[in-house]
Design a protein around this ligand. Structure first.
Ligand code: C2E
Ligand code: MG
Ligand code: MG
Length: 736
């Protein structure tokens, strides 16, 4: 915010406009008198004299009308010396009235002169028209004239300074309201103090101080002290200068301006945040000075009130109300500002916070958030922005050397100290991204960081994970693809292909595996290896899996008469489907609904299902097997199942992964792994099927090793329903 403060001050030092013209030229003095001799005598008396280092330049009017004409054209006159009696007996007084009321000129100082002492105006008139002086011409000796003029010019200069000061404040105010970012209270108060110093001609050797009284804190904190000592931030009672301390205290206590022994100005913040400013003036203020100061203070009071409103609104917009940290808006704005060296954004999400919140009451949840906010703020240097983005999500934005996974982990390594309660052990997951300096807007950066966090949660809850932009792009692509998959699924654009299992010994068709296919509306085939993991991560796999099962069973039913009774349809089942508690119940429900015997169905598991609770899995498989459904372990050899798992699960069949058959690990003449698997399966009394058979040599080798069945391009590629039917018919016709 510091740069804003600087900006706020710039305009105060460069006043412009008519008020400043005298600086370039001499003081402009208007002589109004119907006697030419008086003009000449006055000029002579003041010839060559300087006031405040500037000469005096005269303009001449010989009637009130002439004077009005001149004044309406120019507003740079500092002083008008006006003869009371010109044409009419009080023409001069009338002129004064017209200057003040008609022309609205308040700054110009007026000295009334009269030849006849009897025409002295009432004291009220002097007040009403703000006259500086009233003198008889005989009284006005050269010296007196000079003194009188000097005082008038000084007072004029002061009024002008005041006006420019007010302009400066108006600018502060409008800058405060217009600038997108807050100016901040210290800058505002500093601005007021600079203005007052200029206004009351207070030199740098004298203190000008401001104190703020906040509603919640009984102490008065000194907001700023533009004196040689810096008292900023000091409690008022500790301020060493007794006069300053007492005046400020008195001003705040009495809630009014105080003009004894220096000037104490009071600005009410409607009791929530009152401001007092003390100015150590060289002497007591004149009536006029006090009055002018009152106008000045009126402006400040409005600006102060507006500033408070602004800051309140700003707080709401940029600050989290609960933990008093910057909020999401503030973080977005900070990233948008792209300060150099600030290159890492991290999102930190508390693990299981919703449980904490639901088990214990909300106020405990709030206390946890507050404690985390405090701990995070303390853990990182001030340069790093620590924000609460909502809920239990915190954001960090700072230099790469500060915002690191390790640093975040450290924050949560120690239990949280909870006020008046047990320390709480809490873990968090963080996603970090490094900004590439490519000007990506804050909103997009947070989105990417969100993707990083999601990724981190999926893979390593309780840890942090660095996520580069390329990954973020990939994540975005995946999300887009997932949306398209979802749309395709609801539009029934997914379909199944079927690939036969063939008995390696006698060539009989033993069954077929159904394989899911996705053709996008653009006609693009997306391989299941790409979209199934997406569907699994998003939960979409559950309805898709059910649909596959139902479709496959219906297909199997439609083959009645065309294939043997024990022809089985093999369905791939994802580990996420197995994780659903009612998975078995639903499968059996579909089996009943379609009405085919369990033995016509086989499910293919991958070894990843074995990562879960083996006992639970075994129970579920037993329930299926009880209905005749067969269970095969797919892609065997690529995963992590141990022998004991195979035994424990009571598998019906092992599917030798295609990489050991036709892949680089297979090869035509050495089936090392495949052979081992087959031997093992025989030992465990589990059937085997080899997938990926592409050549007759492979088929022969597998058969020689004791493998019963095979699947692969050698027999057929995966086919759609009609093609499969045709394949069966062709094969039957060929006598197979
Ligand atoms: P998988 O279950 O191991 O399926 C066999 C894969 O091997 C299929 O790839 C098939 O097209 C391919 N294949 C068959 N014969 C040959 C061959 O001779 N040579 C070669 N190189 N490959 C052959 P696909 O259709 O791309 O399926 C890939 C994987 O996607 C499947 O591997 C399976 O894990 C998964 N998948 C397919 N459909 C489903 C489904 O409905 N549900 C679930 N959960 N997963 C499915
Ligand atoms: Mg399979
Ligand atoms: Mg496989």
């Amino acid at each position: 915010m510091a740069h804003r403060d600087d900006e706020a001050f710039v305009f105060m030092d460069e006043p412009d406009g008519p008020a400043e013209r005298p600086q370039a030229r001499g003081w402009q003095v208007l002589l109004v008198d119907d006697e030419p001799d008086v003009h000449a005598a006055t000029r002579l008396a003041l010839k060559g004299m300087e006031i405040e280092g500037r000469t005096i330049e005269f303009s001449h009017a010989y009637s009130a009308a002439q004077a009005m004409e001149l004044l309406s054209r120019r507003d740079d006159f500092a002083v008008a010396l006006i003869d009371v009696v010109m044409g009419g007996h009080d023409e001069g007084l009338q002129l004064v009235r017209r200057i003040r009321e008609e022309l609205g000129r308040q700054a110009i100082r007026i000295i009334l002169r009269t030849g006849q002492p009897g025409y002295a105006p009432e004291i009220d008139t002097i007040r009403q028209y703000d006259l500086n002086d009233y003198k008889t011409k005989s009284e006005l000796t050269q010296v007196r004239l000079f003194t009188s003029l000097t005082m008038a010019i000084r007072s004029y200069a002061q009024i002008r300074r005041l006006e420019s000061g007010r302009r400066g404040l108006e600018q502060i105010l409008s800058a405060t309201l217009e600038l997108g970012k807050p100016m901040g209270m210290p800058a505002f108060v500093g601005g007021i103090m600079a203005q007052l110093r200029a206004l009351l001609n207070v030199g740098a050797e004298r203190p000008v101080c401001a104190a703020i009284r906040e509603l919640d804190s009984p102490r008065c904190i000194l907001a700023q002290a533009s004196h040689e000592d810096s008292w900023a931030g000091m409690p008022l009672r500790d301020v060493p200068d007794e006069r300053v301390r007492i005046r400020l205290q008195q001003t705040l206590d009495e809630r009014r301006h105080c003009f004894e022994d220096g000037v104490g100005l009071f600005f009410s913040g409607r009791g929530q945040q009152d401001l007092a400013v003390f100015v150590d003036t060289p002497g007591p203020l004149s009536d006029l000075e006090q009055r002018l100061l009152a106008i000045f203070c009126g402006n400040i009071a409005i600006a102060f009130e507006n500033l408070r409103l602004y800051l309140d609104i700003n707080d709401l917009a940029y600050q989290d109300v609960l933990v008093r940290l910057p909020n999401r808006n503030a973080m977005v704005a900070a990233i948008d500002a792209q300060a150099s060296g600030m290159d890492v954004v991290a999102l930190v999400d508390l693990d299981n916070f919703s449980e904490i919140n639901s088990i214990l009451d909300d106020s405990y949840g709030d206390a946890v958030l507050l404690a985390v906010a405090r701990k995070l703020r303390q853990a990182f240097p001030a340069e790093t922005l620590v924000a609460r983005l909502g809920g239990d999500l915190f954001g960090l934005y700072g230099p790469g050397a500060q915002v690191t996974s390790q640093h975040i982990a450290q924050v949560f390594a120690e239990p949280l100290e909870m006020a008046g309660g047990e320390p709480l052990r809490l873990s968090a997951t963080a996603g970090l991204i490094r900004l590439k300096g490519n000007g990506l807007p804050g909103v997009a950066v947070l989105k990417n960081a969100g993707a990083a966090l999601k990724q981190a949660k999926r893979f390593q809850r309780g840890k942090s994970m660095m996520f580069e932009t390329a990954q973020a792009d990939a994540a975005r692509d995946r999300i887009q693809m997932l949306n398209r998959l979802r749309a395709s699924f609801s539009a029934e654009h997914l379909f199944l292909n079927y690939q036969p299992f063939v008995h390696l010994g006698d060539g009989r068709v033993m069954g077929a595996e159904c394989l899911l296919r996705w053709k996008t509306p653009e006609g693009l085939f997306i391989p299941p290896d790409r979209f199934i993991p997406l569907a699994e991560q998003s939960g979409l796999m559950i309805p898709i899996g059910e649909w596959v099962f139902r479709t496959a069973l219906n297909w199997r039913k439609s083959l009645a008469g065309l294939v043997d009774d024990d022809f089985r349809v093999a369905v791939n089942v994802s580990h996420v489907q197995f994780a659903e508690p009612d998975f078995v119940h639903r499968l059996l429900g579909i089996l009943d609904e379609i009405g085919i015997p369990g033995k016509q169905v086989e499910i293919e598991l991958t070894e990843s299902v074995a990562i879960g609770n083996i006992d639970v899995l075994a129970r579920r498989l037993d329930e299926l097997r009880a209905r005749g459904v067969k269970v095969a372990m797919d892609d065997f050899g690529t995963g992590y199942s141990s022998l004991s798992v195979i035994q424990r699960l009571n598998l019906d069949r092992l599917k030798i992964d295609r990489s050991f058959v036709s892949g680089p690990q297979g090869g035509d003449d050495h089936f090392g792994i495949a052979r081992t698997v087959i031997a093992l399966a025989r030992h465990l009394q589990v059937a085997t099927i080899a997938e990926g058979i592409e050549t007759s040599a492979q088929r022969l080798a597998l058969q020689a090793s004791g493998c019963e069945e095979g699947q692969g391009y050698l027999f057929s590629r995966p086919l759609d329903e009609a093609a499969f039917r045709q394949w069966l018919l062709d094969r039957r016709a060929a006598g197979g």
